[in-house]
Design a protein around this ligand. Structure first.
Ligand code: KIV
Length: 280
């Protein structure tokens, strides 16, 4: 692959005061990270959506810290010059601020994370944000739909349509800012509510299914590129059909092997005749 000229990693002050809408995409392995960096995205999220799109789990709640470390290391190696945010998986910060800090330190030391992200803005989560950011590790918050605890939210569905749920997202984002989060993901909430949160907070908001008024946007790699074929959710725009290309490519390979069309002479290695003769 031909890489674009190396771009300098954006600093935290540059991310907090972006000159243009921030572009974030998820990545889970070395090749995806190289693609994202070569495309010039501002941030890579090693999201715990890893569980759904890479590991085949039913829920992100099954993803472990070990899974996140393993994949974040590969992403770091593929994208050394891009700001990398890594999700704290379910079961780390729910155990309290000390466990959260320990997991965050591991993600920084062992995987090279520039920042970590956690979901929700309940008192425990706010305390975790305070503790981790006080230790010098930037934290991204996440309100609206919270996939790790979606069961408690009634499933993977749009949040913030009624006053209680809308207030939870708005007040959650404000509380995360107050606790020291440097940014917040707004997931699956009405566009007008995301615009209000963006106007009320000083930190950049990064939307996914949250309309155009956020300070940035994030999408899942597999959704943007059509790694899985078939219809996509409304909040996704598909920019390529990698799944279809991949299936077609593999079908052609299988057909060529079966028809003895592969490997061809140009795919094979030679040996001098006299060497071969001595073997007979
Ligand atoms: O894990 C993930 O991919 C996420 C995005 C949906 C923001 O948290």
């Amino acid at each position: 692959m031909t890489d674009a000229p190396a771009r300098k990693k954006l600093s935290l002050p540059q991310l907090i005061q972006p000159k243009a809408p921030l572009v974030m995409v998820t990545a889970y392995d070395h090749a995806q990270a190289r693609h994202a960096e070569a495309a010039g995205v501002d941030l890579i999220l090693v999201g715990d959506s890893l569980g759904n799109v890479v590991l085949g789990y039913e829920s992100t709640a099954q993803v472990t810290l070990g899974d996140m470390l393993h994949h974040a290391r590969a992403v770091r190696r593929g994208a050394p010059n891009t700001f990398m945010v890594v999700d704290l998986p379910f079961g780390t910060y729910q155990l309290g601020p000390q466990a959260a800090l320990q997991a965050a330190v591991q993600l920084v030391q062992e995987a090279g994370a520039d920042a970590v992200k956690l979901e929700g803005a309940a008192p425990n989560e706010l305390e975790c944000v305070r503790r981790i950011s006080a230790a010098g590790i930037p934290v991204m918050g996440h309100v609206g739909l919270l996939p790790q605890t979606a069961v408690a939210q009634g499933g993977l569905r749009v949040q913030g349509k009624d006053e209680t749920s809308a207030r939870r997202a708005l007040e959650g984002a404000l509380a995360l800012e107050e606790a020291g989060a440097f940014s917040a993901v707004l997931e699956a909430i009405p566009a007008a509510l995301a615009a209000l949160i963006t106007a009320r907070t000083q930190i950049p908001t990064i939307g996914i299914g949250a309309g155009p008024q956020c300070d940035g946007q994030v999408l899942v790699y597999h959704d943007v590129l059509g790694v899985y074929e078939g219809p996509v959710m409304k909040m996704v725009r598909r920019y390529a059909e990698v799944g279809q290309l991949s299936r077609e490519g593999l079908s052609s390979y299988a057909a060529d092997v079966r028809a003895r069309q592969f490997p061809a002479p140009e795919n094979s290695f030679g040996i001098a005749d006299e060497v071969l003769e001595r073997l007979y």
